[in-house]
Design a protein around this ligand. Structure first.
Ligand SMILES: C[C@H](N)C(=O)N[C@@H](Cc1c[nH]cn1)C(=O)O
Ligand SMILES: [Zn+2]
Ligand SMILES: [Zn+2]
Length: 477
């Protein structure tokens, strides 16, 4: 295998500028799944991805997912599915990624235009979606292209599933995967997802766990329209006042969730699990670097990692309908919708958590004795996932990491959520591996999201090397 991999690696180096151009084109399409007005861009991004894959000789289909739940005027973007190679003697790996991105506006504080890839002198490639998840998705395309150009045989059959709604809760995808698990995806021997990040900036990792996410909206309304606060302030119940009070009952400033009963669902920490945290290559400085501040809750790495991986958290994200522009508008908003989410962990189930949250919000609102109206609902939910890393899929990835990066990877869990991971595992019955490309300082979901050129190019080598090691692993296990 060594000469083949050497030739492949050389080709990745030789094609690196083309691969960066490919990422530049992808970042230029503002495929923001959460914004109705960007839906045509999400569709355009799916079509662009499909055409790139076709140009590389893959069989590709754009599968419709129907209308968006609760927004029937919108079509969901298509799932791009594809196959590269169909040799019964080879293993088949199913790869998943997403081509939609989080919203990004200059006024949020970006230093460069979010939808123009901007590469600085240190090789940091800034742009929305660079690390989450366009860079990793294009990594798979780069793997195909570099094999072709180097004349190196492709080691496995590749099945692909790239969706356009991940940042909005993967609407429609669970049913699609369940439906196709025994059809389009039936040959898959294992699954690989590249959509998370290293813990720091130097040590690669393989990831075997994710938190789940239950995402909520609280809508408080009263007046028939927005009002002048000088004319009506002091004479009416104000939705924004009610909402901030209700939001204030959810979580304490030290991160403690204040909803009664939530803690009781959390699996107790065992001595065996506790002992795993000490060996992970992570420091408080790694945390401070990626936070861009020293505002961590805990003083030590172990409790910080547990706070991210194995305990739930509740975050308040924003308020729709509230005044948020610069200046001093003296308005009383008539209807405001607060958004918050809970990252869930073993053994929190979606429905019992929803019941506690909805009851808590209703009780908190009724204590206000307000004449306004309060509605609360779970917008989307995806369950946590924890797998065993003792499988040939992880062994192959571990060897590939050692080959490309020269170190054994850490085995990590992740605080973020990729709800379809569990769906793939359950629907296909196959092992799922998370193989991240980006690092802790990439600022996914934040301003100035970036992917380091080194992570993109070495990451492309890693994805290819992983496929070669997969081809060599004995199947059992
Ligand atoms: C880890 C992954 N790259 C990611 O960012 N996932 C999102 C999924 C999500 C759920 N609701 C909205 N987006 C995340 O963890 O926030
Ligand atoms: Zn992602
Ligand atoms: Zn994301």
């Amino acid at each position: 295998m060594a000469p083949q991999l050497d030739a492949y690696f050389k080709q990745v180096e030789a094609s690196s500028e083309d691969f960066i151009e490919r990422l530049r084109k992808a970042v230029a399409i503002p495929s923001v799944s959460a914004m109705d007005e960007h839906r045509p861009d999400v569709v355009k991004m799916g079509q662009w991805l499909a055409s790139e894959l076709k140009n590389l000789g893959a069989e590709v289909e754009l599968r419709p997912l129907g209308k968006q739940p609760h927004k029937e005027y919108l079509d969901l973007p298509p799932v791009v599915i594809g196959r590269y190679g169909n040799d019964k003697k080879k293993r088949t790996i199913l790869v998943y990624g997403h081509y939609d991105v989080q919203p990004a506006l200059m006024e949020d504080g970006w230093s460069t235009k979010p939808f123009e890839l901007s590469v600085d002198e240190k090789g940091r490639m800034y742009g929305r979606g660079s690390t989450d998840d366009k860079g990793p998705v294009l990594g798979w395309l780069n793997v195909i292209e570099a094999h072709q150009k180097a004349g190196v045989g492709f080691p496995v059959n590749l099945l692909m599933c790239f969706e356009g709604m991940e940042e909005y809760g993967s609407e429609g995808l669970d049913d699609f995967i369940n439906e196709e698990a025994k059809k389009y995806f039936k040959d898959a021997d294992a699954v690989c997802i590249s959509d998370n990040y290293w813990l720091g900036t130097e040590k690669p990792c393989l990831t075997y766990g994710l938190r789940g996410v239950n995402y909520y909206s609280i809508e408080i309304s009263g007046p028939g329209q927005d009002l002048h606060s000088g004319v009506f302030g002091g004479t009416t119940h104000e939705p924004m006042t009610d909402l901030t009070k209700v939001l204030g009952t959810l979580v304490d400033t030290d991160g403690t969730i204040l909803i009664k009963g939530i803690k009781d669902f959390v699996a107790p920490l065992t001595d065996e699990e506790k002992s795993l945290y000490g060996d992970i290559a992570f420091t408080m400085d790694n945390l401070y670097e990626s936070l861009g501040s020293q505002t961590g809750i805990f003083p030590d790495k172990e409790r910080t990692l547990m706070g991210r991986w194995r305990y739930p958290s509740l975050s308040i994200h924003g308020i729709e309908g509230a005044f948020s522009a610069p200046g001093a508008k003296t308005v009383i908003p008539a209807k405001v919708t607060g958004k918050f989410s809970i990252r869930t962990v073993p053994n929190m189930e979606i429905d019992p958590v929803n019941e506690l949250v909805i009851k808590h919000v209703q009780d908190a609102f009724s204590k206000l004795n307000s004449k306004n109206t309060c509605k609360v609902w779970c917008q989307h939910a995806g369950k946590w996932w924890v797998a065993s890393p003792k499988h040939w899929n992880f062994t192959a990835a571990g060897k590939a990491v050692e080959h490309v990066w020269g170190v054994k990877p850490d085995l990590t869990r992740e605080g973020g959520s990729i709800p379809v991971t569990l769906t793939f595992e359950q629907a296909t019955g196959k092992n799922v591996l998370l193989l991240p490309m980006g690092s802790s300082t990439d600022a996914a979901h934040s301003i100035n999201e970036k992917l380091d050129r080194r992570n993109y190019i070495e990451g492309t080598k890693l994805l290819g090397a992983y496929l070669h090691y997969v081809a060599e692993e004995p199947m059992e296990g």
